[in-house]
Design a protein around this ligand. Structure first.
Ligand SMILES: Cc1ncc(COP(=O)(O)O)c(C=O)c1O
Length: 402
């Protein structure tokens, strides 16, 4: 039609769609402490290329058909073996469904289980991707007090009692018990036992998000929540993003059969990416264990660089965590400091990206004086430079005095 006006979709979006992200959250700084990226030089390109070539030779022509709805069976077999060996889980390949990272399985489980108003209990600061999806499905997300050992059991029990008393038995407890994102702590065995006991007593399942468990560079492993339960109430998700690279988009869930089959009916798009699954399977069964060993050394060095840089530049003006694994340091400035208002300035003036506590708060508003720094991406030298520049801008804004 002649003279038709340009169309804008602004008025067409579903009410469940979150607002567009602000620029600072999208642009990447030179010092990218914001998102959990891998160390670029350590992405195992040669190993992945060899894996792809060998998989193509063996069964590349199978790409002509859609993959198995739960994902490539040999990869599920590998995953089941790994979970038995590393996380003490009693699972087999049929208990597993492969997906696009762990984000997709988390999204499928939320879509499968959540109706508007359903209560979900979670750690007081917790991974924003899951919070965003829970909000989209209009869950009533309630943060529960944690300390450096994980959920405070009395606080978890009170939250369970309160919800049950309101006639709203929580749909599940969402927990990241190992190298918690963003707080960095690992829930102790005693606390894990307590969480599983409470979930059994109150008839509430658990969604355990365990994507950092392979990245311990200090201390002793603690078994999974899944292994501590023998009643089939723990759903489990993990990923290859942190141990190979996020770009491969491969992760998985382990869940009871009735959950898996309903989650499959929710999933769109003809199964998980078979090209990635073939590659990850060949790589996982050849070079991955050695690679994880290398990654842990790299991450330890980077964590140490970031801790040293924080000590040199923030002194007593902030407090921060000292994680034994994973990729994050969680910091706190005094009450009243507003790290949200300076996020753009820090990006523009210092080329530094970081996340604030608001992105991790179940209420979506508190946490302006908290920051999360990922030490996975930059080199130790860049970490020193970037933390110094970050502190300089904050100091200029009067946030590091006293
Ligand atoms: C706790 C947690 N769960 C899930 C994810 C999703 O990652 P992916 O989909 O790449 O596995 C992340 C990403 O940072 C995360 O930190």
């Amino acid at each position: 039609m002649a003279n038709a006006q340009p169309f804008s979709f602004e008025a067409s979006f579903s009410s469940s769609v979150p607002p567009a992200r602000p620029r600072a959250a999208i642009r990447r700084g030179k010092y990218d402490f914001a998102v959990a990226y891998a160390d670029p030089p350590s992405v195992p390109l040669d190993g992945l290329l060899d894996s792809l070539a060998s998989a193509f030779q063996d069964e590349g022509k199978d790409l002509a058909v859609y993959p198995h709805p739960q994902g490539y069976p040999p990869l599920r077999e590998y995953i089941a073996g790994k979970l038995q060996r590393d996380r003490d889980m009693r699972v087999g390949p049929d208990d597993i469904m492969v997906g696009g990272g762990s984000g997709e399985p988390i999204g499928l489980l939320i879509e499968t289980l959540i109706d508007p108003g359903d209560v979900v209990l979670t750690e007081n600061w917790v991974y924003g991707g899951t919070l965003n999806t829970l909000r989209r499905f209009r869950a009533d997300v309630r943060g529960v007090e944690c300390d450096d050992d994980g959920f405070v059991p009395d606080a978890l029990e009170s939250a369970l009692q309160k919800a049950v008393g309101e006639g709203k038995r929580p749909k599940f407890i969402y927990a990241i018990p190992t190298f918690q994102n963003p707080q960095g702590w690992t829930m102790t065995l005693e606390r894990r036992q307590e969480v599983v006991r409470l979930s059994q007593e109150y008839g509430v399942p658990i969604l355990e998000d365990d994507c950092y468990a392979d990245l311990r560079f200090e201390g002793e492993d603690v078994t999974s929540l899944h292994a501590l339960d023998d009643t089939g109430r723990v759903m489990y998700v993990a990923s290859f993003s942190k141990i190979i690279a996020p770009g491969v988009r491969m992760g998985y869930m382990a869940a009871p059969p009735e959950v898996l089959s309903r989650a499959q009916s929710v999933k769109q798009g003809g199964g998980a990416n078979q090209l990635a699954a073939l590659t990850v399977h060949r790589y996982a069964t050849s070079g991955l264990e050695d690679h994880i060993g290398d990654l842990k050394n790299i991450l330890r060095t980077k964590r140490d660089a970031m801790l040293a840089a924080l000590g040199e530049n923030f002194g007593s003006a902030a407090t921060w965590s000292r994680p034994e694994g994973g990729m994050y340091i969680w910091g706190r400035l005094p009450e009243g400091a507003d790290l949200v208002s300076v996020q753009q300035k820090v990006m523009d003036d210092a080329d530094v990206g970081y996340h604030t506590g608001v992105q991790y708060s179940p209420d979506g508003v508190s946490g302006k004086n908290y920051f999360r720094l990922c030490f996975g991406y930059n080199t130790p030298e860049e970490i020193h430079e970037g933390v110094a520049k970050f502190a300089e801008v904050l100091d200029g804004e009067g946030m590091l005095r006293g």
